[in-house]
Design a protein around this ligand. Structure first.
Ligand SMILES: Nc1nc2c(c(=O)[nH]1)N[C@H]1C(S)=C(S)[C@@H](COP(=O)(O)O)O[C@H]1N2
Ligand SMILES: [Mo]
Length: 538
């Protein structure tokens, strides 16, 4: 390594400085990545920042707050960035003269970060807290060496290889050294490689950290019990006792998930804000605590997706905990003329539904809980909307950050601007769950069972048809309410052979599901669900 310590020709100042800054960038990026990968370990930037805050005398802190106000933290991070950049440029400059000086700078750097990391990590062993700082310092040293190291020169007359990386191999054995390593293009390429690697690592680290902090925030959250509770669900009454039957309450991990989010948005409760905006008398803003302090109600609601095919599984039933949407809107005061309530998520997805749906007593809620837990991250943690009777794409905004009062003329929400219907009440549907399609069962008594729903209207009747026989009525379990699904069963006396079993439901307005099959787009599928069953000799 002695050759590294004494390059014959110093590299240019800008190159040395850039090498130092990029090495520091690599260190910061590695710190972010490890903070994302190792639970409880903090970002090096944040650890150093918190350490600075701890060390700074309070008059300086007060000055900072007075000067920068709520931007004081941004100002601190910018300050750290500037100092770090200058320090890093210095390291690059020193390293270009003598690599060991640069390495010493990196070591100092790593030591400061280590001390900060140990002091600022809570509930993490010191040896673990120090890992990101140590690895970051190593990464900085490697990056610095990569950018400043001398390369073997090509033997005279050799054909220049296309890729700079081949230089060293092509020149092995000549012993000639080119101090300062790369030519200009080679250096820029190397600098680009370091920058891209660092950028990727930092981005991945930030994403992992926000996910981890949202998960930690959810794990630590104890929801307040409801002010208006519901009695436990009388499962005996609302279910049919058939093996393999769909559970009445869908367990959270089994609840269907539909959204446009590639990466589940991660919001920690402490960072959460809900704004009520647009055509209201008083725009409002709520923290999670403020929302949770409002009247909390429980509500059993079956949610479904407009994209659900006939007989599909994009439907689930949960006991939600939340604040009546009406309460929040009444507090803000909805102005005359507002016709549409738009829910906007943290990732700027939108859904919109009529204002009446918040005030007609159907029980639209701003939900914070699902089946006795905080909302799962994939189902909108920490806050979402649930509106009985409406398909999810117009109503059920997850990761809700804004409720905007507007008109239907003024705004097309996400799926409306992509060709789906503006008004999307849930259509009456019924599904055969048992026996499964293409099942083989022995002849004799075969229970045919499933679910049916007609949110807001309620299910009046479910009928089953075997092949071309007349329709026969199934036995309905008790309804829990008119916005949840209802189970049904028909005791079929199955004869050997292949049979088609069909179902249709009628709602309490007397409407029976139409036979005609239509596709989900633009406002939900119609048609009768059927399954083919093979019945063998008993
Ligand atoms: N932020 C956000 N909320 C959203 C969506 C989305 O893409 N982004 N999809 C909606 C759709 S189409 C449906 S059917 C429901 C599904 O809710 P779930 O995933 O909790 O079952 O969420 C709705 N809320
Ligand atoms: Mo949906």
């Amino acid at each position: 390594m002695s050759v590294l310590a004494s390059p014959r020709r110093p590299v240019s100042t800008w190159r040395a400085a850039l090498a130092g800054v990029l090495a520091a960038g690599a260190a910061v990026a590695v710190g972010e990545l490890l903070a994302g990968l190792i639970g409880g370990v903090r970002s090096l930037v944040i650890a150093v920042g918190d350490q600075v805050i701890d060390l700074v005398p309070s008059p300086v802190k007060e000055f900072a707050i007075a000067t920068f106000g709520t931007n004081d933290k941004v100002a601190l991070l910018v300050g750290i960035g500037v100092v770090l950049t200058l320090f890093a440029a210095g390291i690059g400059f020193a390293g270009a003269r003598r690599f060991r000086f640069g390495a010493l700078g990196v070591l100092l750097f790593g030591a400061i970060a280590s001390v900060a990391a140990v002091n600022q990590s809570f509930g993490v062993a010191a040896w673990l807290a120090v890992v990101p700082a140590v690895v970051a310092a190593l990464a900085a040293r490697v990056a610095l060496w990569f950018l400043l190291a001398p390369r073997r020169r090509r033997p005279a007359g050799a054909v220049a290889p296309a890729a700079g990386a081949a230089d060293a191999a092509g020149a092995a054995g000549t012993g000639a050294r080119a101090p300062g390593g790369f030519d200009r293009r080679g250096f820029l390429r190397a600098a680009g490689i370091v920058a891209v690697l660092a950028g990727g690592a930092a981005t991945a680290g930030r994403l992992l950290q926000s996910k981890a902090s949202a998960a930690a925030s959810r794990a630590a959250l104890m929801l307040r019990p409801a002010d208006r509770t519901l009695p436990p669900i009388p499962l005996e009454a609302v279910t049919v006792d058939v093996e393999g039957m769909t559970p009445f309450v869908t367990p959270n991990p089994a609840f269907y998930r539909i959204d446009t989010a590639l990466q589940v948005p991660a919001i920690a409760v402490d960072d959460y804000r809900l704004r009520v905006t647009g055509m209201v008398d008083t725009p409002l803003e709520f923290s999670f605590e403020q929302l949770q302090a409002m009247t909390l109600v429980e509500s059993d609601i079956t949610l479904t997706c407009v994209s659900n095919e006939i007989g599909g599984r994009l439907v689930g039933n949960a006991r939600w905990l939340g604040i009546p949407l009406e309460d929040v809107l009444s507090q803000a005061g909805v102005r005359d003329g507002a016709t549409q309530i738009v829910g906007r998520s943290v990732d700027d997805w939108t859904a919109g539904f009529p204002v009446e749906a918040a005030f007609d007593g159907r029980g639209a809620i701003i939900a914070i809980g699902m089946n006795g837990e905080p909302l799962p991250l994939e189902h909108g943690f920490p806050v979402r909307l649930v509106v009985p009777g409406l398909y999810g794409y117009v109503s059920a905004t997850k990761w809700l950050t804004e409720i905007e009062l507007t008109t239907f003329e003024a705004f097309d929400h996400y799926w409306v601007s992509r060709g789906w219907a503006v008004k999307a009440p849930i259509k009456t549907a019924s599904r055969i769950d048992v026996p499964a399609g293409l099942a083989t069962v022995p002849a004799g008594r075969v229970p045919v069972a499933g679910v049916a729903y007609a949110q807001l209207r309620g299910i009046e009747r479910v009928e089953v048809q075997i092949d071309d026989e007349p329709w026969v009525e199934a036995r309905l379990a008790e309804p829990l309410n008119d916005v949840t699904w209802r189970q049904w069963v028909y005791e079929w006396d199955a004869k050997p052979g292949n049979h088609e079993v069909r179902v249709r439901a009628t709602d309490k307005t007397g409407e029976t599901q139409p036979e005609e099959r239509v596709e989900p787009i633009p406002d939900g599928a119609t048609g009768w669900h059927s399954v083919l069953v093979r019945v063998t000799e008993a």
